[in-house]
Each structure stands twice: as structure tokens, then as C-alpha cells.
Design a protein around this ligand. Structure first.
Ligand SMILES: *[C@@H]1O[C@H](CO)[C@@H](O)[C@H](O)[C@H]1NC(C)=O
Ligand SMILES: *[C@@H]1O[C@H](CO)[C@@H](O)[C@H](O)[C@H]1NC(C)=O
Ligand SMILES: *[C@@H]1O[C@H](CO)[C@@H](O)[C@H](O)[C@H]1NC(C)=O
Length: 428
């Protein structure tokens, strides 16, 4: 049977049965068109940098995400773990170059990658940056080409020792473990003898990070500044489109950029819930701010600290209306004390804490759900008397600074990175 069917089938396709060929071709075209319509075509604001390229990037991301959710559904593993595996298969070994020594080592139990520019004439101390990579507390790595590349660039251009922290990720660990990893490694680095080993000037050290790494950088900076035992202090904090609060998912930027690549509002809420080890079943409750309704007691006072009606400029508020529920889900706050924790939401720190913080750089992008987190933090810091530089990119989108190499090179990404490096050079 088989022997006769197979050649027939082959013949069938190759011998010019035009009608079938047409059918196959038209089915293929329909499939590609449907795929394109579903995955690729998403209207983008005309003001965003290189909208077509962004659409393609976004399609790739969503496709990967859907595959991971599918794999999770079929029990192959946690969706974040699969995504992490897919996105960081290119973990690189440390490679030194002519003017840069790169090593992987351990700081008090925490893995770090250290980038050291070649030595100055004897006795000259260098500046230093502790860098915390982004990726929703769940993705990426200090060893991925993206962050290895960024830290090389920063180390070379600023001529600074860069310590990039390989903190443990969700879902293997949850809040506050990633933060504690970062804190442990940073504290270790700030010991006088360790600084001496790396020829680092104790008065010229910054902490920095992007996205979830910006969240960790801001939290670490507050922890270290508040700790009276910490004698060597950070000189600067530099936060790149940081995630800074979990109390309001309806800021104007969350409302405006609900479906923007590379980070949607639902995506950001899910990263938060996974980080805090809270069930994803609460996503929709938090989306409507049921966790900070007026009957939720403690959160009401905290929301005053992110009252965007007073903290944002009119050009950001546009015509968006605050979403405040009078009756919500108050039991959430009892179940998840992290909702009230400034170590998770550095934006809700008290004014007394903010007053102690060092000079600050904040980068925000217009087409980013997190734009207002960073903007409100800049404003609160200024009100507390801190010297803040706020660089806002009208054509920027979340994560753009990570897209500066072919085939995902974005002009706005390169501009944002160069502006960030320039500020560090001038202020560190
Ligand atoms: C400071 O050091 C003292 C003595 O070692 C310790 O008891 C205290 O908990 C430390 N404080 C902080 C905030 O780490
Ligand atoms: C996270 O939540 C799960 C289920 O509620 C629990 O079993 C686990 O111990 C939690 N993990 C941490 C680190 O809190
Ligand atoms: C928000 O809370 C109200 C009052 O408890 C409830 O009726 C509503 O279903 C909640 N919304 C969501 C999306 O959970």
C-alpha cells in the first residue's frame, strides 16, 4: 500500500497538477498574511522612532512569548523560565580586549562580571559603576551580549570599573531575594580593601540599572543611604526607564501605552506579580487599581506620594483621568505586604529618605508604560532638594537602550545610551 501511495503523492505534487499547487500556494499566502496581520501589524504612534522596525521587533517578542505560554500550558515549565532560556542562549564567557580586562567572579556569594579599563599611571584611582541589568526580574543576564556590550561601552567611555551583578531571577527566587543579592554584592564591593584591589576611588561610585534593574538600583541606593553603618556612600544613582511603583497601573503613561512594544501594561503587571510571588489571577484586579481602592486603608496615604495630578507636567497628563475605586479588594493588602514596601516601590519612600539620596539621573521614554514612574520620582526627588537630571526621549520606547546593535539597531536607542554615558562622564 505505502509503496504505491508515496510515489503517487510525490507525482501528484510535482507533475503539474496546477489546481492543487494553486490551492497550496493560496493557503500558504493566507497563513503568512494572517500571521503578519496578527503578529506584525500593530498601529504605532507616528512619533516613535522607526515604527516599522519596532513593529517587527514587537512581533518577534510576542511570538516568543506566546510559544512560552503554550509550552507552560503543556507543562513544559514556567513560562518565564522558557522565555529566559530562549532569550539568553547566548551567554558569553568573559572576553578581555586590548584596553579592557573582563572577569567573572563572586562577591560574597553573588556572581558578578567586572570590567576594568587598563591601568592608569601608578596610584591613580578610577571611577566605578555598579550596574544592574533589566528584564522584568526574570530575564537576561550580565553575561548576555546586550548587557555585556553595554557595560563594555560604559567602562571604556567613562574609563570606569563596571561591576555588573548576576543576581538570581524569578521564578527560582522572588522578592526580596534579587534585591538582597544586589545589596550583598554592592556592600561587598564598597569595602575599602575591595575597592583598593580594583583601584577604585571610594568617593566616585555610582549605582545604575535599567527597567527592573532600575528598580533594584533605586531600592539599593535607598537601603545603603539609610544604613548608618555604611560609611562609603554612593555618589550617584542613574536610573534608565525604571519600574518604581505597584500602586497605580493607570498613570497617564500606563493608559497611553497599554499595548506598546516592548512592554505592555498587562506584561508589566505580570512581571510585578511574579516578582512578588503573587498569583497571576489578580492581574485584572490590579489593572483596575482594586488593590489601592479608598477602602484599602494604608494604601490611600501612600497613593498621595504618587499623586500624578500634582507630580506630572500637563504635557504628560494630557486628558487622562485618575482611576480610583471607592470599593475594591482591601484583603489584597493584608495578603501581600510587599504592596506597601518601599523596597519594592522606591517611589513611595518618605521625603526623609529621599532627602538623603545622591545626585540622580533619570531617563524616560514617551512610548513607555513606565514613563510616569520615572517622571514622578524625578519630581519627588527635586521637591526633596536633590539635584536631578531628567532626560526624556519623545520618540523613545521601553528598552530602547538595549537595541543598539544590528539587526535591532534603533537610532533613539543609541542616542539614549550616548546621553546616559555623557552624563556619567560629566558627573561621576
Ligand atoms: C549596624 O551595625 C550594628 C552592629 O554591628 C548592627 O547591630 C545593626 O543592625 C546595623 N544596622 C544596620 C541598619 O544594618
Ligand atoms: C511563593 O508562593 C508559593 C505559593 O503560594 C509558596 O509555596 C512559596 O513558598 C512562595 N515562595 C516564596 C519565596 O515566598
Ligand atoms: C474590584 O472590586 C469590586 C468591589 O469588590 C468588584 O466588584 C470588582 O469585580 C473588582 N474588579 C476586578 C477586576 O477584580
Amino acid at each position: 500500500m505505502k509503496a504505491t501511495t508515496l510515489p503517487k503523492f510525490g507525482l501528484f505534487l510535482c507533475s503539474g497538477h496546477e489546481e492543487v499547487k494553486m490551492k497550496v500556494a493560496s493557503a500558504l499566502i493566507t497563513a503568512v498574511a494572517a500571521f503578519t496581520a496578527y503578529y506584525v501589524y500593530r498601529p504605532m504612534p507616528s512619533t516613535v522612532s522607526e515604527p516599522w522596525k519596532l513593529m517587527l521587533l514587537d512581533a518577534t517578542f510576542r511570538c516568543a512569548q506566546d510559544l512560552c505560554n503554550l509550552a507552560d500550558y503543556f507543562g513544559l515549565g514556567h513560562h518565564l523560565k522558557i522565555l529566559h532560556y530562549m532569550s539568553s542562549f547566548e551567554k558569553n564567557d568573559p572576553v578581555s580586549s586590548g584596553n579592557l580586562k573582563v572577569t567573572d567572579t563572586i562577591f560574597d556569594g553573588v556572581e558578578v562580571r567586572v570590567f576594568e579599563p587598563s591601568s592608569e599611571p601608578h596610584g591613580t584611582l578610577k571611577r566605578s559603576i555598579v550596574y544592574i541589568h533589566g528584564g522584568g526580574w526574570a530575564l537576561a543576564s550580565a553575561r548576555s551580549s546586550t548587557y555585556d556590550g553595554l557595560c563594555r561601552k560604559v567602562s571604556e567611555e567613562v574609563n570606569a570599573v563596571v561591576v555588573s551583578i548576576e543576581y538570581r531571577l524569578v521564578p527560582d527566587v522572588h522578592f526580596p531575594t534579587p534585591l538582597n543579592d544586589v545589596l550583598t554584592a554592592t556592600k561587598y564591593f564598597l569595602h575599602p580593601d575591595v575597592l583598593q584591589k580594583y583601584s577604585v576611588d571610594p568617593d566616585r561610585i555610582a549605582v545604575s540599572g535599567d527597567s527592573a534593574g532600575g528598580n533594584l538600583a533605586a531600592a539599593v541606593c535607598q537601603q545603603l543611604t539609610e544604613n548608618p553603618n555604611q560609611t562609603i556612600k554612593l555618589k550617584l544613582q542613574a536610573l534608565v526607564y525604571p519600574a518604581l511603583q505597584i500602586l497605580d497601573f493607570n498613570t497617564p503613561s500606563y493608559q497611553q501605552n497599554t499595548d506598546m512594544p516592548v512592554l505592555s501594561r498587562l506584561g508589566m503587571i505580570k512581571y510585578w506579580l511574579d516578582y512578588l510571588n503573587v498569583s497571576l489571577a489578580l492581574t485584572h484586579s490590579m489593572l483596575v487599581n482594586n488593590h489601592t481602592s479608598l477602602d484599602s486603608g494604608e494604601t490611600v496615604a501612600l497613593r498621595e506620594r504618587l499623586n500624578w495630578n500634582t507630580l506630572l507636567p500637563v504635557s504628560f497628563k494630557k486628558n487622562y483621568k485618575p482611576v480610583v475605586q471607592s470599593i475594591g479588594n482591601p484583603s489584597l493588602v493584608q495578603k501581600f505586604p510587599a504592596l506597601l514596601d518601599a523596597r519594592a516601590s522606591p517611589l513611595i519612600a518618605t521625603k526623609e529618605t529621599l532627602q538623603l539620596l545622591p545626585k540622580t539621573y533619570i531617563l524616560t521614554c514617551e512610548h513607555d508604560v513606565l514613563r510616569d514612574d520615572g517622571t514622578m520620582f524625578a519630581k519627588r526627588l527635586q521637591e526633596a532638594g536633590i539635584d536631578v537630571t531628567h532626560d526624556h526621549y519623545d520618540d523613545g520606547f521601553h528598552g530602547c537602550m538595549s537595541f543598539t546593535t544590528w539587526p535591532t539597531y534603533f537610532l533613539v536607542g543609541a542616542r539614549a545610551r550616548d546621553g546616559y554615558v555623557k552624563w556619567l562622564k560629566e558627573n561621576l
